[in-house]
Design a protein around this ligand. Structure first.
Ligand SMILES: [Ca+2]
Length: 260
């Protein structure tokens, strides 16, 4: 009996070790927050739930091997009353522009598999923001309502993506999975990381992101810089007031002295 239990435990341990990166389903929360879709990652994205993608690619083509790319990605999630937001930061990727080829999925790109209305749909954009693409067979309007922007980084790129939230609210869950494609050199070679199974659960939290104090300070500074004349005037008035008050005090001291 003992032997059997030990064997089962060992088998379970070996199975756990053999599980490829990011294949097991994750269960995370998306905080409430509204990013600007500009391809730049606001700091508050990092307060929310994330899915890491990397390890061994699940797809290789054009003569690429599983070890040709060392790229990895982190996808963060947020939501508000209008959109479900995703931001993917791809690292270790030499982005290769193939603008005009018309096959965005055969390029450096972030692809999302999301079930938000009628079933699993693909939503995607490439590293150079050539435009949103995906699967519109089940809900064409949903894909049309998306927004996306991207930017290049020193070792990869960022894709920010917004999908209409379609009535989902705090407490609801959205099933997703994250994928990214790495185009290699020569560009016939391509690998894809992550998965398309749409079995990771993102629950919309009642908690909102905390906006950093620096943002407020920066906003105040920006406002002051926008109106330098007004700011200077205020300073002048303060200085005059100080001189007047000093004079009054001095006068008071003098009059006290005179009375002696
Ligand atoms: Ca942004």
């Amino acid at each position: 009996m003992k032997k059997i239990i030990v064997s089962i435990v060992l088998a379970a341990m070996l199975l756990a070790l053999a599980m490829p990166f990011s294949v097991s389903a994750v269960d995370i929360e998306a905080l409430k927050g509204t990013p600007v879709i500009d391809g730049k990652l606001e700091d508050f994205w990092k307060q929310s739930g994330k899915i890491e993608t990397g390890g061994a690619p699940f797809y290789t083509a054009g003569g690429a091997t599983a070890t040709d790319s060392k790229a990895s990605a982190v996808t963060y999630f947020l939501y508000d009353d209008n959109y479900f937001y995703l931001a993917t930061v791809v690292s270790g990727d030499t982005t290769m522009s193939k603008k005009g080829e018309g096959k965005q999925w055969k390029q450096d790109a972030a692809e999302y598999w999301i079930n938000i209305t009628t079933g699993k749909m693909k939503f995607a954009n490439d590293a150079f923001n050539q435009g949103i693409y995906g699967d519109n067979s089940t809900d064409a309007k949903l894909l049309e309502g998306c927004k996306s922007a991207t930017s290049q980084t020193k070792d990869g790129y960022i894709v920010e993506f917004a999908v209409p939230i379609s009535g989902k609210k705090a407490g609801d869950s959205i099933m997703v999975s994250c994928q990214f494609n790495d185009l290699l050199d020569p560009p016939e070679k391509i690998v894809a990381f992550g998965k398309q199974s749409c079995d990771d659960k993102v629950t919309l939290s009642s908690k909102a992101v905390e906006l950093p104090v620096e943002t407020t300070a920066a906003a105040t500074k920006a406002a002051a810089e926008k109106a330098p004349a007004a700011a200077a005037q205020t300073a002048d008035i303060t200085a005059v007031m100080a001189i007047v008050s000093m004079a009054v005090s001095a006068g008071a001291v003098l009059s006290v002295k005179k009375r002696k």
